[in-house]
Design a protein. Structure first.
Length: 568
């Protein structure tokens, strides 16, 4: 087979000279250009993405594997997204990052690519970009942090929510709160719970885009380097086999990923990212698929925030292969993965070493997991709740709305002693959807009113068009579509309106007559964001709603790897 890279390096005359000569300033011998598969290592390393800050070392392990297998490794940077650092929200830039990945792969002489991914958005953005080019691709996750240790207790990201509420209510002092920071983030790697980063690592493994065991090996464990090394070896073989994402990512594979995500209690963000990836590879997925396929799957992993343990424990207990083995009766077992083997073959020898962390189908941690998708006049295209992170007693509830028009309005009033709210109220937050707060921030698990926290209230029904951190929990209805900023009925809710939620019936209803809603609509004006230029303007103009994956409409699909114009 003719390698794509030979379109550059195999040329004679001036063009070949130029393509090779400048590469040689890195000390590359001439025979490297004579038909070795050129493998790009697409590196999301950045010191501003702390979860990926160890990726230069990880790339070295990948390079070793590529060289051993006869490939020619070239590492290149792409935009990186640090979840905790970037303002206003890293999600605003997921699609932009995917463009940097896509165009970097297509524009360069690459025959295959290794995606180094870690912090939340770096995984879906990289996979989206790679799918839109569709050359042989393997992903390597950076791995989770070691479990945090603070004053005799384990801790990780989900504890931030508990600690900050305790700090607000005065039961934890500032010195203690501050001291816990370094204890929680004590090693390289991404969040140590089943938050969005770990969910994404499990997603790429269950999609068959990584070698088995990729998801859970801690970043600090030497076996993380081994899997990077082995992935380097494998990508060279994949180029020879011409095994591309489109050969792996069938409809059945997406269904497997949905079921696997339910079994591990993965993040609600999974839905948005999986739909965006499906859109790039041409698979039609809808919110209903997540509910129909995922919501009856038993919870097999006892991991925070839905459960008790951490990613490090998950790895020692057998990791994702042990879960997939247990889940095989539900899965499509014969779909292939990057190593050329089927899911069933890959997990045949997997074992569970700790049944407190990985359960059997006979004795799951919960009979049903996954996401529930609710509909009603408040969310005609759907809203999402993660029942395993919610309070069972609140899953059927009728309460009066306490409305915040924006996140700034919420921040200004949530601790007001005069806020007319009690524990039966329903907190409603508007204008935090894809367009309304461009990027759809993770504010849907809005903290509870200060005066209720002081009374010991720990959960309330919350509704918004925003997202929720994968590390968070609560009875939160998220991703309301259509969002309020484009005139979804969420925009019309007023203080004191009665709202009915009934997760079992998949219902979210605003108890206001159609006539009254029509009257309010006639007076409604969209929020003025004052954004008239740059990437954010493009994002607002083209971003799709949460129920479709929030990609930019013109990025959907695949342009292949061919460069159509060639100036040389
Ligand atoms: Fe990077 Fe949680 S902040 S994974």
């Amino acid at each position: 087979m003719k390698l794509r890279s030979q379109e550059w390096f195999g040329r004679k005359g001036k063009d070949g000279f130029i393509y090779r000569a400048w590469m040689k300033n890195q000390g590359i011998p001439d025979d490297e250009f004579n038909g070795k598969p050129v493998i790009g290592i697409c590196n999301t390393w950045s010191e501003l993405t702390p979860c990926n800050a160890h990726f230069r070392q990880l790339a070295e392990s990948v390079k070793w594997g590529i060289i051993e297998a006869g490939g020619f490794p070239v590492e290149f940077p792409v935009m990186s997204l640090g979840e905790t650092i970037m303002k206003p929200t890293a999600m605003l830039f997921r699609n932009l990052m995917s463009m940097t990945v896509e165009e970097s792969i297509r524009a360069n002489p690459l025959d295959g690519v290794v995606l180094l991914v870690g912090c939340d958005k770096t995984t879906p953005a990289s996979v989206m970009g790679a799918c839109s080019v569709d050359i042989p691709t393997i992903a390597v996750s950076g791995g989770p942090m070691l479990t945090g240790k603070f004053r005799g207790k384990d801790m990780a990201t989900s504890d931030i929510w508990r600690l900050s509420e305790a700090f607000r209510s005065g039961t934890v002092d500032e010195a203690t709160f501050r001291a816990s920071e370094g204890a929680m983030c004590r090693s390289q790697g991404h969040c140590a719970v089943m938050g969005t980063a770990s969910t994404m690592a499990c997603m790429v493994e269950s999609l068959g885009l990584t070698l088995p065991e990729n998801a859970a090996i801690p970043a600090a464990d030497s076996r993380r380097k081994v899997i990077a090394h082995m992935s380097g070896r494998r990508i060279v073989e994949m180029v020879k086999e011409d095994l591309k994402p489109s050969d792996i990512l069938t409809r059945e594979v997406f269904e497997n990923a949905i079921m696997a995500n339910s079994a591990i209690g993965g993040s609600t963000n999974f839905m948005i990212h999986l739909m965006a990836i499906a859109g790039r590879i041409g698979i039609d997925l809808s919110l209903k698929d997540f509910d129909e396929l995922g919501s009856k799957i038993p919870l097999l992993a006892n991991l925070q925030p839905s459960g008790q343990y951490f990613m490090e424990d998950f790895y020692y207990a057998g990791g994702l292969p042990a879960v997939l083995k247990e889940l095989l009766p539900y899965l499509h077992p014969n779909v292939i993965t990057v190593n050329g083997k089927s899911v069933a073959e890959n997990c045949r020898d997997a074992e569970c070493f700790n049944d407190a962390i990985i359960a059997s189908l006979d004795k799951p941690f919960k009979d049903e997991s996954g996401m529930a998708v609710v509909y009603g006049n408040l969310c005609e295209k759907g809203a999402v709740i993660k029942p395993s992170a919610a309070t069972p007693e609140l899953m059927q509830h009728r309460g009066q709305a306490v409305v915040f028009e924006t996140i700034e309005d919420y921040n200004a009033r949530i601790n007001d002693e005069d806020l007319p709210v009690d524990e039966s109220s329903i907190l409603v937050l508007k204008n935090v959807g894809p367009k309304g707060y461009p990027g759809m921030p993770e504010v849907g698990n809005m903290g509870l009113p200060g005066k209720l926290l002081n009374k010991g209230v720990t959960d309330m029904v919350r509704i918004s068009d925003g997202r929720m951190s994968g590390t968070a929990f609560g009875t939160t209805f998220l991703h309301v579509s259509p969002e309020s900023a484009i005139g979804g009925n969420l925009a019309l809710v007023e203080d004191g309106d009665w709202i009915e939620v009934d997760v079992a019936q998949r219902r979210l209803h605003l108890d206001v007559s159609d006539e009254e809603l029509a009257r309010r609509r006639s007076e409604w004006k969209p929020i003025d964001l004052g954004i008239d230029r740059g990437y954010v303007k493009m994002f607002i103009d083209h971003v799709e709603q949460a129920d479709q994956g929030m990609d930019l409409s013109f990025l959907k699909g695949n342009s292949g790897s061919k460069v159509t114009r060639d100036s040389h």
